[in-house]
Design a binder for this molecule. Sequence first.
Ligand code: BYC
Length: 318
Amino acid sequence: MTIYSKTEVQLEDSFQARVDDEQKIEPKDWMPEVYRKNLIRQISQHAHSEVIGMQPEGNWITRAPTLRRKMVLLAKVQDEAGHGLYLYSSAETLGASREEMIDALHQGKAKYASIFNYPSLTWADVGTIGWLVDGAAIVNQISLQRTSYGPYARAMIRICKEESFHQRQGYESLMALAFGSPEQKAMAQDALNRWWWPSLMMFGPHDAESAHSAKSMQWKIKRKSNDELRQAFVDQTVPQADYLGLTIPDPDLKWNEQRGHYDFGEIDWEEFQQVISGNGPCNRERLVNHRSAHEEGQWVRDAVRAYEAKQKKREKAA
Ligand code: BYC
């Protein structure tokens, strides 16, 4: 009898063939260590973004202008917590523990979307976050529904359904302001002026500067590049701003007939680097709030562990 065990190279080849064939990779399948680590990095950062992203909007729950707006906002913020949970669970299937992931966030080792380090100064910011931030997120997440890792792809399908509702509620809220009094319209324009460029930064550095893109595209973790997604977002959003009668704060923005796309100006990459390095306007505040919420939730984790231990004892005795 010959015992045949595949070499690492053979395993990688058959892994790549499965990815190329659009088969989903599942938790118990063999996968290259770098694929696993890259996925944990991206999924956990995605989860942190959902959870930290609750803060700028949560800031307005007590000050929503009507009961209806308050109920909608509460539901949306709760949805974001749910997205975080699906994503943490998905990363756990790769062997990462929740404690490790939260610890990496608290120590500043794991990033989260740069956009959530900007303050939400007026009620118009809430609608603008729904319109632009959820809008940008969904452009990316639609492509991630086809990501190669099964649990991540399935989480994305559900998240996209909720995210598209979020985007529409944001736009509807902004319509009320843009078609309202001159003061309301000015408030909407001011919010667009502040959130436009950070929204474009959500897609990450240019493709040529993106450290993880080549491998992530080869393994179909990412299905579209940072620049492709950013362009799709601009193309979809400009007509929406036109309809609202608002002006996108970019003098270089214009339709390019030849390309069939909008041309747009250059992002301030220095600002982006500052924000992702922890020096944005709200980085410290976001982490302080997260740490204290985490500490306040310690009793819940203790209770769950005590219950689990009790159940195990019962099962043993039975
Ligand atoms: N912000 O090689 P690159 C939401 C980092 S939340 C911060 O291109 P990659 C919502 C990047 O991590 C939805 N960091 O990376 C929630 C890497 O650093 P590390 C959020 C960024 O991963 C509440 C380095 O820069 N969506 O919808 O190939 C309320 C080099 O970049 C950013 C997701 O998370 C950034 N913008 O591509 C409302 C989608 N960009 O890890 C709404 C999932 C880059 O080496 N994530 N960096 O230290 C992705 O699709 C990809 O991770 C990215 C970046 C496109 C973001």
